[in-house]
Ligand binder design. Structure first.
Ligand code: GLN
Length: 490
């Protein structure tokens, strides 16, 4: 048995029965990292010694009969989640040597359950990007075709899950960064409701949009991880106080009578026909399983979503990233003559081109005289989009759309055209604007490349999403397909 191929629930079962140990599981995963990561470059830091140490402690805990579903389970963390004593780079030169003195709340919670940290995974610098090509370090490749992008910004986490370099990962999603790479790599990615998961210790990009969530091999595992990471945190004032459900109890293969809307605005011009066909097939399947489908749902303001996102996101980023001034932490230009010179040189060398583009866009849109024309207008669009989602959820239990308008594109293809790059998120970012939850599940292939189905729910509607996604997954089994590169062994 190849232990690295297991899902969390399969591994937890074997651990509990003491048929395998966490050390064996961790060794198998580390072996897979050695065999495969050179082909796809998912990981920025591998914490092998720490992982084996954690695994030994997990085995003792299991022996004591004190195990939970994540005890002894190997996982990776996107490298914008603070880990005490482990470098947290945001794939930026600015934070290349930053070692946080504290853990993000989600990390603390996972460690409390006895998780094993395999390493930190690559991202577009500061999570700004859709392809992983904006990492300051290296490019993460798509395991289904290494000439294609992995999707971003959680490309490293998605690829690590797809290639069995981990059993699960945590990512962050500001405009699609969990769901897009999940779709591009044929794994499950869940963006929870804004505030459902604490963001304390997530390096901030756009604070009104950022949310942490799981990337997993199946829907069952997404529920398991949510059971651990969700919940109120007094260190994040935006985290919601609502009681936590048991997400695993949503895993019921029955969607009879559920009302599902298909909003036409998500089927944008220029969408790849193969993707449309796969999504239509998925919708027909949901209908066959008893869901009541309305193919004529409409959220008209969605068409302004991309424009509003690329004002709100950069504005918030320009405020959040002002802290990288070379004084408190991160890179600091050593050769400056004055404070201003130090700040200029630090930012000039510490940030890559895409981050600079966002900071300039945001600073411009917030500056005197432009604030009303751009930022305020974008906020008004945000209100409209929110209201339209609210209206839709009076009628539907969930909405279904493609996760991405295309399958993974070629490396380099969109680098010279930021608008083309931004269009990859056209179906995902309205979800962040509205603050609602959404999940991407594997939904088939076009020319050997994966397609993702996005299900969108009402605020705190994760349970409904998990139920529909689980039912769909059980009926199709697309998630079981594995890229050939993952079966290389040494
Ligand atoms: N691709 C989008 C952007 O570059 C979303 C990124 C994200 O969700 N972190 O802003």
């Amino acid at each position: 048995m190849d232990l690295c191929r297991l899902t969390i629930h399969e591994a937890a079962d074997l651990l509990k029965k003491r048929e395998v140990s966490s050390v064996e599981l961790t060794e198998a995963v580390l072996h897979q990292v050695e065999a495969v990561d050179g082909k796809v470059n998912a990981l920025v830091t591998v914490t092998a010694d720490l992982a084996l140490d954690q695994a030994r402690r997990a085995d003792e805990r299991i022996k004591r009969g004190d195990a939970t579903p994540l005890t002894g389970i190997p996982g990776v963390l996107k490298d914008n989640l603070c880990t005490r004593g482990i470098r947290t780079t945001c794939s930026s030169r600015m934070l290349a040597d930053f070692v946080p003195p504290y853990n993000a709340t989600v990390v603390e919670k996972l460690l409390g359950q006895g998780m094993v940290i395999i390493g930190k995974a690559n991202l577009d610098e500061f999570a700004m990007g859709s392809s992983n090509e904006h990492s300051a370090f290296f490019l993460t490749r798509n395991p289904w075709n290494t000439d294609c992008v992995a999707g971003g910004s959680s490309g490293g986490p998605a690829v690590a899950v797809a290639t069995d370099e981990t059993l699960f990962a945590l990512g962050s999603d500001t405009g699609g960064s969990i769901r897009l790479p999940a779709s591009f790599c044929n794994v499950v990615g869940l963006k929870p409701t804004y505030g459902r998961v604490s963001r304390y210790g997530l390096v901030a990009f756009a604070s009104s949009l950022d949310q942490i969530g799981p990337l997993t091999k199946d829907v069952t595992d997404a529920a398991t991880v949510m059971n651990v990471i969700a919940g109120h945190d007094e260190r994040d004032s935006t985290s919601l106080p609502h009681p936590l459900p048991d997400y695993s109890s949503s895993l019921v293969p029955d969607i009879k009578g559920m009302r599902i809307g298909v909003p036409r605005e998500f089927f944008v011009a220029g969408m790849q026909q193969g993707v449309v066909d796969q999504i239509n097939a998925a919708i027909a399947l949901l209908e066959g399983l008893g869901a009541v489908i309305d193919r004529d749902a409409s959220l008209p303001s969605i068409r302004y979503g991309l424009a509003a996102y690329y004002i709100i996101g950069p504005c918030e980023a320009s405020a959040n990233l002002a802290r990288y001034d070379g004084v408190k932490y991160g890179y600091s230009a050593p050769d400056a003559d004055s404070m201003w010179d130090a700040m200029e040189k630090t930012k000039e060398r510490g940030f890559g081109a895409e981050v600079k583009r966002r900071l300039m866009l945001g600073t411009y849109a917030l500056s005197a005289g432009y604030y009303d024309a751009y930022y305020l207008k974008a906020l008004k669009v945000r209100t409209l989009i929110r209201q339209e989602f609210e209206g839709a959820f009076d009628k539907y239990d969930a909405l279904v759309t493609p996760t991405s308008p295309t399958v993974p594109f070629k490396i380099g293809e969109r680098l010279d055209d930021p608008v083309q790059m931004y269009l990859a998120d056209v179906c995902t970012l309205p979800v962040n604007i509205a603050g609602v939850p959404a999940i991407s599940v594997p939904a088939g292939f076009v020319d050997g490349l994966p397609v993702g189905l996005q299900l969108i729910g009402k605020p705190l509607g994760e349970e409904t999403l998990l139920r529909i996604a689980f039912t769909y997954e059980q009926a199709t089994g697309w998630h079981r397909k594995k890229p050939a590169v993952a079966s290389i062994s040494i």
